[in-house]
Design a protein around this ligand. Structure first.
Ligand code: CXF
Ligand code: ZN
Length: 377
């Protein structure tokens, strides 16, 4: 493989918001300096892909190649890339890890200041696209990854080299969802042994939080959802009790406070609704309770807290991106946890489909039938 030539390959292009992806031939330009071109092995569908798929333009932007949870092999490297070489197995991530800025050098942050997170339609370093269709029209990137294509181009700050022996249909989960949930317990909240944890929303992210809480040694893991059917699955992820937020309505926080004798030690909001963050905050105990927000509400969403509660009752509200995990150091740790059988990834994968059936993966997630559907290229 020569990095200097454009590649013609198949990609699932999102041409219009909410319409089925179209598998077509596209041209992928060679990597620019400090970029790598990756052959995607497999990718999985994250709920955020649905968000960007549905987003009407503007702020939606089309045509675009979605997908940001993946694993692949380096096909070629641009100029000045020394960290990886052709043939290396890598996990791309929407979070950068430059390894040089104040944040990347600190163990307390994963918010790279040199290459900050954004929803830019281009690459992080140049702001441009490496994709064109056969008519020469530009196709936009998503979250610096764009994995619904046989080949993509990713900046070196957005790739983590991983052990090629780990099954790709498991390792790819660490590219977004599982790291976000497990990371929130381990890297953001620091859940201690014996804690009581409440999880608001039992989708893949909530279940990854449960998995993380279980690994951290939490003794009670309370799952809260509008759908009681989710409890059966949630038990496999360590959830010990279920609370139905639909039937409880405005009595939800009262119920959680009662069953925890004053409130949970840790509350995780995994839906992305401002009012649910406020509910979660009410449910965490005074003195030391922490509320960790993983969900992302609409831009401009406002949270309402009483200053007395936040400042004088010893409660904390915090949030993170990617669970507060630094890709290049924390993904290899999580992969080791998987090989050591401490972190269970298998149970997240409910479906696997071939690339040509990618729209089926969308339907399964929309209908709430899947947790993670792996798409094989
Ligand atoms: C999300 C994180 C928050 C902003 C949108 C994308 N990442 C992955 O699903
Ligand atoms: Zn995601």
């Amino acid at each position: 493989a020569t990095g200097l030539q454009p590649i013609r390959c198949r990609a699932a292009v999102c041409r219009k918001p909410g319409e089925p992806l179209v598998i077509e031939e596209i041209i992928v330009a060679p990597p620019m300096p400090r970029e790598v071109r990756i052959r995607i092995i497999c990718t999985s569908l994250c709920h955020s892909d649905l968000t960007f798929w549905k987003l009407k333009d503007p702020p939606g932007i089309f045509p675009r190649i979605l997908g940001h949870e993946a694993i692949g092999v380096v096909e070629s490297v641009g100029k000045d890339v020394h960290e990886v070489k052709e043939g290396d197995t890598v996990i791309p991530t929407f979070m950068a890890d430059c390894g040089e800025c104040k944040d990347c050098l600190s163990n307390k942050s994963n918010l790279c200041t040199k290459f900050p997170f954004s929803v830019s339609p281009g690459t992080p370093r140049y702001g441009t696209s490496r994709f064109t269709d056969l008519n020469g029209e530009v196709i936009h990137h998503l979250l610096f990854v764009s994995s619904f294509t046989e080949y993509t181009v990713v900046d070196i700050v957005n790739v983590t080299k991983v052990d090629p022996a780990i099954p790709p249909n498991r390792a790819c989960l660490l590219s977004c969802g599982v790291t976000t949930g497990v990371g929130a317990t381990w890297r953001t909240a620091n859940v201690e042994k014996g804690s009581t944890v409440a999880i608001f929303g039992l989708g893949s992210i909530g279940l990854a939080v449960a998995e993380g809480a279980r690994i951290c040694g939490a003794s009670r893991i309370i799952g809260i959802d509008v759908n009681p059917e989710k409890f059966e699955t949630a038990k496999k992820f360590g959830v010990t009790e279920f609370v139905n937020s639909r039937t409880l309505g405005d009595k939800l926080s009262q119920a959680v406070i009662e069953m925890t004798d004053g409130g949970a030690d840790y509350c995780f909001e995994c839906v992305g609704m401002a009012f649910l963050v406020e509910e979660a905050f009410k449910c965490c105990r005074q003195g030391w309770g922490k509320t960790i927000v993983l969900g992302v509400d609409k831009p401009g969403a406002v949270l309402n807290f009483r200053s007395y509660d936040v400042l004088h009752r010893g409660k904390t509200v915090m949030g993170s991106l990617f669970g507060g995990a630094s890709p290049k150091s924390d993904i290899p740790t999580l992969l080791k946890w998987y090989t050591d059988k401490k972190l269970e990834l298998d149970k997240f994968v409910t479906h696997e489909v071939g690339f040509e059936d990618i729209n089926e993966a969308f339907n399964l997630l929309i209908e709430g039938k899947s947790l993670r559907c792996v798409i094989w290229m």
